[in-house]
Write a protein that binds this ligand. Structure first.
Ligand code: C5P
Length: 214
């Protein structure tokens, strides 16, 4: 009915950072809190969707009515996302680490007394959004995020084509968005750009779901 516009739909969401191990006690990470992705998952469930939330390491409770899969690395996240297909829509909110260590050490790395740190060789992680963009089971609506600190709309437009996404939701992270409770976003689609006023992350999530249901 009108109150559950996404009833019967499966929506797949990624959220949070990924952790890429260096050794058993150290990892590469970023400042993503997962708040915006979790808010979107909550809003999708409120709209009646079946929601799969693939979450990196975050300190957040699972929203009501959401199926949550916890992962640590980008490769785990990709496997969980592909395992959750098919989906009617996918919203990739996670701040996936671009790089991981070429090979994580099985033992804790030690100072060797030379004063020279152990070299840290990095390799690129799989692009989860980009993979879905050309996937045999590509969701009919594929949405990515773009955290930018400058030329926000311009970079988002380029990303739309590069990732094979339908929308890129660009947010300006030059302020305290990461970890904060509000967000200022621009929705970039083939039709152009919609800029929303700064809103609480919950309100951004609700409006995104209204637009998804539309
Ligand atoms: O390329 P960039 O990291 O700026 O793209 C951001 C978008 O791509 C976000 O939607 C993010 O979740 C997604 N992404 C991904 N896998 C990566 C890197 C980014 O799904 N390895």
């Amino acid at each position: 009915g009108a109150e559950l516009p996404l009833k019967g739909r499966h929506i797949l969401i990624t959220a949070g950072p990924t952790h890429e191990p260096i050794d058993p006690v150290r990892y590469i990470a970023n400042r993503s809190s997962g708040k915006q992705g979790f808010a979107i998952a909550a809003a999708a469930a409120r709209a009646g969707a079946r929601v799969t939330l693939v979450a990196g390491p975050v300190h957040l409770p699972t929203p009501a009515g959401v199926d949550r899969i916890d992962v640590e690395t980008a490769r785990d996240m990709l496997a969980a996302v592909e395992g959750a297909l098919p989906a009617d829509a996918a919203i990739m909110v996670a701040a996936v680490a671009d790089w991981r260590t070429a090979d994580a050490s099985g033992q804790k790395l030690k100072k060797d007394g030379s004063g020279k740190p152990a070299p840290l060789a990095l390799v690129e992680n799989p692009d989860i959004l980009g993979t879905l963009g050309k996937h045999a089971q590509r969701p009919a609506l594929l949405i990515g995020f773009a955290a930018e600190t400058e030329k926000v709309a311009e970079h988002a437009q380029a990303k739309l084509a590069r990732k094979g996404a339908d929308w890129i939701i660009a947010n300006d992270v030059s302020g305290d968005v990461m970890g904060g409770d509000s967000n200022s976003v621009h929705i970039v689609t083939a039709d152009g750009i919609e800029s929303w006023e700064q809103l609480p992350k919950d309100a951004v999530a609700t409006r995104i779901m209204e637009k998804v249901a539309h």
